[in-house]
Design a protein around this ligand. Structure first.
Ligand SMILES: [Fe+2]
Length: 410
């Protein structure tokens, strides 16, 4: 990703002899994206990264999935999906999916197994709790508000840390790569001055993570011919002869990294700013945006909440992850709620919200948005946690005191 990083011991010249204390060669591995025509890193292993001793198919939890028909705005109450004894990877409950991305939610209190997603990058957003993300590139300590970007095929595991409550994460699994919006990057990849964050805000591994072990299982999610569109996923459990955390050093621009939503510097204006100012990352056919506490529109006649709007080429998913929800009392939206406003439906603030917002100069809100160009299907857990009355709240037909989220994000 964003910029060059060098960790641990590496030889001065790439692709040259680099020997271990016993005189044997380290095993060099090039991990590269887009046919080795994009970002890559060179890793130096104590053992062969190719040495597997067993492979068996794994059947993950299967969730049914259906199209959003009849087309409706949806409200999913993720905290109704709370479980105990789950891990942050195999315990993911699928919510929304299309052929470009899949969005899941998990409440975890157990360490995950070792895992590799060979289909695409993952963005793990931490709603609550703390964790240590252990990878073959080193470890990242993450906490509430962190986005963790794990590039395709990086072997890792997620270990919830005790004392901070269960780990709650929203996970966006892509079928390609996730990174900063291109308009914020120089031609050589530096984050530009008008970007809402910069390299200083990004955290990467700082030292190698070495584990000695043999016959180690790694769950691999990979491309496979499946039962139909959107189901081209397979799982295989490899057993490696040696623990994959055997990298003594690496360098390059491909590695796992973290960015806190609290380091996102909001872009504000005299009148209401359009959704792209909140964009934080882009992926294949989707974007990820951050709505953070901020001063709001300061034109003397401004209306701080958004206008009704129709994102005609996208579905908009919004995850409410913090802030003052007292202002939204009666809307049904609460901490952990997800709203889905699909293309084909005009959405906006609840009736009366624009008048109430006039004169307000600050919004204390925290939300993560995923806008997808292809429509999102609803997965079984999302339907189980759905508030069925949400679609009618703008009309106030079923609940005269209820409304759409009284929020700046919309
Ligand atoms: Fe919107």
């Amino acid at each position: 990703m964003p910029y060059y990083r060098r960790i641990g011991n590496i030889p001065p010249k790439r692709h040259t002899q680099f020997r271990q204390p016993d005189g044997s060669l380290y095993a060099e591995e090039l991990m590269g994206q887009e046919g080795f025509s994009s970002d890559s890193s060179l890793l130096y292993h104590r053992h062969l990264p190719t040495a597997i001793v067993a492979a068996e198919e794994y059947e993950p939890q299967a969730w049914s999935r259906q199209a959003n028909r009849p087309l409706k705005p949806r409200h999913i109450q993720t905290h109704k999906l709370d479980t105990t004894g789950a891990d942050p990877i195999l315990g993911r409950q699928h919510l929304l999916a299309n052929d470009d991305c899949r969005i899941s939610y998990v409440v975890a209190d157990q360490p995950s197994p070792l895992y590799r997603n060979a289909i695409g990058d993952e963005c793990v957003y931490v709603e609550a709790g703390r964790a240590r993300v252990e990878t073959s590139f080193g470890a990242l300590e993450v906490a509430e508000g962190d986005y963790v970007i794990i590039p395709t095929s990086v072997i890792h595991r997620i270990v919830p840390l005790t004392g901070a409550g269960p780990l709650r994460t929203l996970v966006i699994e892509a079928t390609g790569h996730i990174g900063p919006p291109r308009r914020y990057l120089s031609v050589r990849g530096q984050l530009l001055e008008h970007a809402p964050y910069c390299e200083r805000d990004l955290r990467g591994p700082s030292e190698p993570l070495l584990v000695d072990d043999t016959d180690v299982e790694v769950y691999v999610q990979h491309r496979s011919r499946g039962a139909g569109p959107g189901n081209n996923v397979g799982w295989t459990k490899f057993t490696y002869a040696h623990h994959p955390f055997d990298v003594v050093g690496w360098d390059g621009c491909l590695y796992p990294w973290a960015f806190s939503i609290h380091d996102f510097e909001p872009i504000t204006g005299r009148v209401h700013q359009p959704p792209p100012v909140h964009q934080t990352f882009e992926g294949p056919n989707f974007v990820i945006c951050s709505f953070v506490p901020r001063k709001v529109d300061y034109h003397p006649l401004s209306i701080p909440v958004p206008y009704n709007h129709h994102n005609v080429d996208s579905d908009e998913m919004l995850f409410y992850t913090g802030g003052n929800y007292e202002a939204r009392r009666g809307s049904g939206i609460e901490q952990g709620s997800i709203s889905l406003h699909p293309g084909g439906f005009t959405h906006g603030p609840q009736p009366g919200a624009p008048e109430r917002a006039i004169g307000v100069d600050y919004f204390d809100e925290l939300a993560v948005m995923v806008d997808t160009f292809r429509p999102l299907d609803l997965c079984e857990p999302a339907l189980a946690a759905e508030d069925p009355g949400y679609a009618w709240t703008w009309a106030r037909r079923d609940a005269p005191t209820a409304g759409a989220p009284d929020t700046a994000t919309g």
